[in-house]
Design a protein around this ligand. Structure first.
Ligand code: SAM
Ligand code: SF4
Length: 465
């Protein structure tokens, strides 16, 4: 299949028309389909199957703690300055690592590991080293493994960053959100510009292979001018990857967001002009649009992988690593073993109680059926490659002879024709291609194949634009 150049085109009217709550499709079915009725025995069975297949591993460690609450935050966090909370958590994290390690075939190698939060640098260096040692005692790493960590620049110094690099982390990500002081104050996250430039310089000096920064548009008091300034400063920082997240405003799920003055939020029209400027500035400065809020320098491995058709997507977002089984350690972490997804307990005390009982700390889960698996491939292909070959899907899943792609997805046809009429996709007999306009609405296009969305009348998802 010929690879498409991932350019992107802004169309204000269409973005407004398609602005609706949708999943982000880091997985299909989305995490909302994980249910408490799930039987943990099915997870043990999935481990056995994945051991047999010797699928490579991707590990995730969740460190939920933060010193103070950023009012926009939609992550799974525990806000506390009582640092003594970290040691017991570390102990339970190590216990979960030991628990999983006894079931996972030792020959399987880890090709990707990510530590996220919350704030992983809430841990002291010695706690970081303990966790690192526990994982490395039990799992074998591919020498080329992608090992990344999210840090909050506020509580970071040069020594800490160098120590992370020396341990073996090779990618780092930190949150900027916005350079403007008014915005920073309104969301309770004041971080001076000089600090952000220092953290970037230290990351470069330490030699991380890829440095990512996060921005959010749609925050209170943002205007076109302020955000243009934020984007320009970010370009000066020169990160390898930039995530520009659309503010997921879900106060019904995240009560901390009620502290944000609602009348200070930019209007939908203002947000769209901000998004337009973001795309213009970043692409003019050579960043490639990867998809779903992500931009990367053309020589960054994500951009290269996208051009070569080797981009993948899992619960950790876009990745260059193909098929791997994800194992999540710590509260709220998700594990994904081929056709089984599970999520750990969200509350510390439930997680601790399960570990004390030597039980699996699973709160909910789902086992995918064959239809889920087919739709997952279709959705991930569209999200990563911006195109799809129905022939490939037919061959991969032996839809063949009496059941071809068209028949299988007959119900979706109407929706696909609508997307085509609006210029978001181009349909030909054996090709679905996402247009440059459609790339910004990739969630909407993917959602045409989401069987759960049709059943879901009540939605908790954030808006697509
Ligand atoms: C776990 S945090 C990153 C690490 C660290 N805690 C920090 O804040 O620097 C992950 C990122 O998610 C993004 N984020 C958090 N809440 C969000 C929301 N409600 N809408 C959009 N993006 C959000 C922010 O850009 C944030 O940097
Ligand atoms: S944005 Fe980061 S530091 Fe702020 S509350 Fe969320 S996880 Fe914590």
């Amino acid at each position: 299949m010929q690879r498409l150049l991932p350019t992107v085109q802004f169309d204000c009217q269409l973005l407004q028309k398609y602005d609706q709550p949708l999943p982000r499709y880091t997985s299909y079915p989305p995490a909302t389909e994980l249910k408490p009725e799930f039987e943990t025995i099915d997870f043990r069975a999935a481990i056995a199957v994945s051991n047999y297949k010797k699928t490579p591993l991707s590990l995730y460690c969740h460190i939920p703690f933060c010193d103070s609450a950023c009012y926009f935050c939609g992550c799974n966090t525990v806000i506390t300055r009582r640092r003594e909370i970290a040691d017991p958590y570390l102990g339970y994290l190590v216990r979960q690592i030991q628990q999983m390690a006894q079931w996972i075939d030792q020959e399987r190698t880890v090709q990707q590991m990510h530590w996220g939060g919350g704030t992983p640098n809430y841990f002291s260096l010695s706690q970081i080293e303990t966790l690192w040692a526990a994982i490395h005692e039990h799992f074998r790493f591919d020498p080329k493994a992608e090992i990344s960590i999210e840090v909050n620049p506020k509580s970071l110094d040069q020594n800490y960053l160098f120590a992370l690099k020396n341990l073996g982390f090779n990618r780092i990500s930190f949150g900027i959100q916005d350079f403007n002081l008014n915005v920073q104050e309104a969301v309770n996250r004041v971080q001076p510009e000089s600090m952000l430039f220092d953290v970037m310089q230290w990351s470069r000096d330490a030699g991380f292979e890829s440095v990512n920064v996060d921005l959010i548009y749609g925050l209170p008091f943002q205007t076109l001018e302020t955000f243009q300034n934020t984007i320009r400063k970010t370009i000066q920082l020169d990160p390898d990857r930039i995530a520009v997240f659309n503010f997921a405003y879900v106060p019904w799920l995240k009560p901390v967001q009620r502290r944000i003055p609602q009348d200070a939020l930019p209007s939908a029209a203002e947000k769209l002009t901000i998004l337009q400027i973001v795309i213009e500035e970043l692409t003019q400065h050579g960043y490639q649009y990867i998809g779903m809020d992500h931009f990367a320098k053309p020589n960054d491995e994500l951009a290269v992988a996208q051009r070569e058709g080797q981009l993948h997507r899992n619960f950790q977002g876009y990745t260059t690593k193909p098929e791997s089984d994800l194992i999540g350690f710590g509260v709220t972490s998700i594990s994904m073993l081929n056709d089984v997804y599970v999520q750990n307990y969200k509350r510390l005390k439930d997680f601790y109680r399960a570990m004390d009982a030597n039980a699996l700390p699973i709160e909910r889960g789902v086992t995918l059926n064959q239809d889920d698996i087919i739709r997952r491939t279709v959705i991930m292909e569209l999200m990563c490659q911006f195109q799809l070959s129905p022939d490939d899907i037919e061959q991969k899943y032996h839809l063949g002879f009496d059941l071809d792609f068209e028949t299988y997805f007959a119900q979706e046809k109407f929706q696909l024709r609508r997307l085509e009429a609006d210029g978001l996709i181009r349909l030909s007999p054996n090709h679905i291609e996402v247009t440059p306009t459609g790339r910004l609405l990739i969630r909407n296009i993917a959602s045409a194949f989401d069987a759960y969305l049709r059943q879901n009348t009540k939605s908790n998802f954030s808006r697509a634009v």
